[in-house]
Design a protein around this ligand. Structure first.
Ligand code: GRG
Length: 312
């Protein structure tokens, strides 16, 4: 396999069109902000439509094309809403949105700002923000059991997606990773910090990326070696993504990133090197799937432009 094979071959602007369609879909399926109970729906709308990059739904749609049976191949300028992976794409974004709202609460990270504006609890109060997160999590599973999705994907596929998302989001996934992080910070360190950081990243950040691509592939009729390849892609992508986030935190907040981050454990240089390795590994996994994985590679290049341009 040559390095050139890892370069994305589709123009990145497919993502802008897809994001517009993901947003329109989310607007259609979510209750409007003024539907009663209006403060709750307004907080949910605020949490979902606040400038997120829609990375997980994009990965879900790209994986449907990369690892599916061809049912979700969308031509340039085409309609992603005809791809049944749009349902799990919406579901994973709702779970992501809930996690950010809860993560900002005073009992978690206690952040006053998110995406450059007041965090949900600063705008709506702690109680409504907590409930907005709960309602978004619940709504994600109503996406995966929606009559239209079940009719087009089949009951078995819909149930498989419920299983993927619930296990990725729960105590053995994202919530478990968050709990481990809180516990580890409280103890002031762990015996093997590097191992703890790796596991926390895998659970807290990585599992939701894995669920995004797996649901996309499964919804599009994929399985077997292709499903495993997109899963490994997402695992590497997720870990690299978290390291990049840690590096950005150090750059913006000063040197002390805390022991329980990749930068705290490895130092910025080694963490950066590990991130680049992971991006290249993700690229190779996608490249094994050939031309249908072009959009996955495109997301990788957009997310890690320096790495893909210099190292791949
Ligand atoms: C509190 C239930 C609960 C879970 C918290 C995922 C998580 C666990 C917290 C999110 C906070 C965080 C910093 C996670 C690391 C992953 C990360 C960098 C998320 C931000 O993802 P982006 O950049 O967000 O895709 P946008 O704003 O684009 O949607």
């Amino acid at each position: 396999m040559t390095q050139a094979m890892l370069r994305p071959t589709v123009p990145h602007d497919w993502t802008a069109a897809a994001i517009g369609q993901i947003d329109a879909f989310l607007r259609d399926v979510m209750p409007a902000a003024d539907v009663d109970p209006a403060p709750l729906h307004a907080a949910m709308t605020y949490g979902v439509f606040s400038g997120g990059k829609r990375l997980r739904p994009l990965l879900c749609l790209a994986a449907a094309e990369a690892a599916g049976d061809g049912a979700c191949k969308v031509a340039e300028g085409g309609d992603w809403r005809r791809c049944r992976a749009m349902w799990p794409a919406a579901a994973v974004e709702l779970v992501h949105s809930y996690s950010l709202i809860h993560d900002d609460l005073p009992c978690m990270d206690d952040d006053d700002f998110r995406r450059g504006r007041p965090s949900c609890h600063r705008a709506f109060g702690d109680a409504i923000a907590l409930l907005a997160g709960d309602a978004l999590l619940t709504m994600a599973f109503s996406m995966l059991s929606a009559a239209e999705f079940v009719a087009s994907a089949g009951v078995g596929t819909a149930v498989a997606c419920v299983r993927e998302l619930s296990s990725a989001a729960g105590s053995l996934g994202m919530v478990g990773g968050q709990a481990m992080e809180l516990g580890a910070v409280g103890r002031g360190g762990v015996s093997d910090a590097a191992q703890a950081v790796g596991l926390i990243q895998k659970l807290k950040t990585g599992k939701l990326f894995e669920a995004a691509v797996r649901m996309g592939a499964i919804a599009a009729g994929g399985g077997g070696a292709e499903l495993e390849a997109v899963t490994r892609f997402a695992a590497h992508f997720g870990q690299a993504f978290q390291i990049r986030d840690d590096l950005e935190d150090v750059a913006s907040q000063g040197a002390d990133a805390g022991v329980l981050t990749s930068v705290g454990v490895l130092g910025p240089e080694e963490a950066g090197a590990r991130m680049r390795e992971l991006v290249v590994e993700a690229g190779y996994e996608a490249a094994t799937l050939g031309p249908p994985a072009a959009k996955l590679l495109s997301i990788l290049a957009l997310t890690f432009p320096q790495v893909v341009m210099n190292d791949v």
